[in-house]
Design a binder for this molecule. Structure first.
Ligand code: COA
Length: 140
C-alpha cells in the first residue's frame, strides 16, 4: 500500500467519495452535500496505490480556519487515515497564517475522534440534514 495525501484539483474524485460516504452511507441529500463552498475550498485527497480512499476540505472565514467533509472509505477506516487527513488539513491551514482557531462542524458520533487533536465542543447540538452536529474549536 502506498498512501498519499495531497491537495488536489480532482474535485470529481473528492465528490465521488463524498457521494459514497455522506449520501449513500449516511443519507444526506445531494443538496445538503454539495453546497456553494466547494469552489473556495482547498480539497485534500488521500489515495492508496493511486485509488481515492479519503478526502477533506479546508477554507478560511476571517481568522477562523474550517475543516469539513472529512471522510474515509469503509475499507480504509481504523487505519489512522482519518487522523492523517486531519493533520494534513491542519498543516494546510497553518501555512496560510493569520488564523486564531480551527473549527469543525462535527457529527456527534465523531466528537471523540476530533477531541484527540484537541478540538473542544462548544454551543448547542444542531441538525445538519437529520444528523446531530456540534461545533468544535482548536486554537492555533
Ligand atoms: N468516533 C470515535 N472515535 C473514532 C471515530 C468515531 N466516529 N472514528 C475514529 N475514531 C477513533 C479511532 O478509534 C482511532 O482511535 P485509536 O487510534 O485509538 O484506534 C482514532 O479515532 C483515529 O481513527 P482513524 O483510523 O484515523 O479514523 P478513520 O480512518 O476510521 O476515519 C472518520 C474516521 C470519522 C473520518 C471515518 O470513520 C468516516 O469517514 N466516517 C464517515 C464519515 C464521517 O462521519 N465523517 C465525520 C464527519 S464530522
Amino acid at each position: 500500500m502506498t498512501e498519499r495525501i495531497a491537495a488536489t484539483d480532482d474535485l470529481a474524485a473528492c465528490h465521488a467519495l463524498r457521494r459514497a460516504v455522506f449520501m449513500e452511507e449516511q443519507g444526506f441529500s445531494e443538496a445538503e452535500e454539495f453546497d456553494d463552498l466547494d469552489p473556495v475550498c482547498t480539497h485534500l485527497l488521500a489515495t492508496d496505490d493511486g485509488r481515492p480512499v479519503g478526502t477533506a476540505r479546508t477554507y478560511v472565514d476571517g481568522t477562523v480556519g474550517k475543516i469539513g467533509r472529512v471522510c474515509v472509505l469503509p475499507s480504509h477506516r481504523g487505519t489512522g487515515l482519518g487522523a492523517r487527513l486531519i493533520l494534513a488539513a491542519l498543516d494546510e491551514l497553518r501555512q496560510r497564517g493569520g488564523l486564531s482557531v480551527v473549527r469543525v462542524s462535527a457529527q456527534v458520533h465523531a466528537l471523540p475522534f476530533y477531541e484527540r487533536f484537541g478540538f473542544v465542543a462548544h454551543g448547542p447540538e444542531y441538525l445538519d440534514g437529520t444528523v446531530p452536529h456540534r461545533d468544535m474549536d482548536l486554537p492555533i
